[in-house]
Design a protein around this ligand. Structure first.
Ligand SMILES: Cc1cc2nc3c(=O)[nH]c(=O)nc-3n(C[C@H](O)[C@H](O)[C@H](O)COP(=O)(O)O)c2cc1C
Length: 312
């Protein structure tokens, strides 16, 4: 994996919407891992047009390049806005982004374009299944990420814990596999490796780093909490989990009392709810999406300290 991606350590800082900007991504690169920008990288407001999304992304990519000459990655699906995808693909090729993430779209034309441009493709299946994994392999993906139910962000639809997700794929897929979901310390990295993963795809643990732009209140709340504190609720189309903000409590109660997924999604307020909760620390109107790995996070570290610990 490190050879394919031209990095030192098989550790990826996963894309996380508003939270993963050029500063974090470059810090991860300098510490020997691979960082990913995400749709709202570096922003504090919702975009008003597709052009604005593209301009913002171009600027953030250029900021990373100004900060480091090491590889980094970008996902090409932005808030499931399908009109944007071909424009993003062209932008990434123009900007010579080293690595892209396919969140399971598995589009042969897009794969062919990236391959022709010499760009590495990581495929993360939001709902891991062997048929899609083999399709990703056939299309020329370089690395496969399998996501278990312990992750932060949008959860897979099937409740298969992260350490049980690998066995179905190891030995059947001829691609290096990374495991995602609840990996936050060296012990979980060791288990992932023992179970057949070549690398780890880590989100939540990077939120609790000094270099992440998440609200300091969010970082401290992560340190002070365990997985038992998290509220799990259904929304459209996925499950979500959050620290118990007022908004998350409302979503949880709606979920428990059988409200429709669409109604819960409206209350949760998708990207805006995340911005308010995680960037601005507004625990009345926002949510704080993190994975079950928070039990293992006991202090706010630098990116270098976190990567050194995961690699230890
Ligand atoms: C706050 C938050 C925001 C996320 N946003 C995105 C995103 O914009 N795009 C994406 O592909 N994945 C997103 N994810 C999923 C992560 O890329 C990654 O798969 C997940 O965080 C791994 O699980 P962990 O948090 O337990 O380490 C997000 C996760 C979190 C916690």
């Amino acid at each position: 994996m490190t050879q394919i991606l031209n990095i030192k350590h098989p550790i990826v800082q996963a894309p996380m919407s508003w939270l993963t900007d050029a500063h974090l991504v470059a810090s991860v690169a300098e510490a020997g891992g691979l960082g990913f920008l995400a749709p709202h990288a570096g922003q504090t407001t919702d975009p008003t047009s597709n052009e604005e999304v593209l301009d913002r992304m171009r600027n953030e990519i250029r900021k990373v390049k100004a900060l480091t000459d090491k590889p980094f990655g970008v996902p090409f699906i932005v808030s499931y806005n399908f009109a944007l995808i071909p424009l993003m693909v062209d932008l990434f090729i123009e900007e010579r982004v080293p690595v892209v993430l396919d969140n399971g779209l598995l589009d042969p034309q897009i794969y062919a374009k990236f391959k022709q441009a010499g760009i590495k493709i990581i495929c993360r299946l939001p709902n891991p299944n062997l048929a899609d994994a083999l399709k990703a392999q056939e299309l020329g993906a370089d690395i496969l990420v399998l996501t278990g139910f312990d992750e932060g962000g949008t959860l897979p639809m099937k409740e298969i814990g992260s350490f049980n997700v690998l066995a179905e794929f190891v030995g059947k897929v001829d691609l290096p596999i990374m495991l995602a979901g609840g990996i936050a310390d060296k012990k979980s990295v060791q288990v992932a490796q023992t179970l057949g993963a070549e690398g780890v795809w880590v989100g939540t643990a990077f939120i609790a780093t000094k270099e992440c732009r998440a609200s300091e209140k969010v970082k401290q709340w992560i340190v002070d909490s365990t997985a038992n504190d998290l509220l799990l609720f259904r929304t459209e189309p996925y499950y979500y989990r959050s620290l118990p903000t007022e908004l998350a409590k409302q979503c949880f109660q709606m979920s428990e009392s059988g409200a429709s997924r669409a109604d819960i999604a409206k209350v949760m307020n998708a990207g805006t709810g995340m911005r308010l909760g995680m960037l601005e620390g507004d625990f009345d109107n926002g949510y704080v999406s993190v994975g079950n790995g928070i039990s293992a996070i006991d202090r706010i570290k630098s990116v270098q300290e976190l990567i050194d610990e995961l690699m230890n």
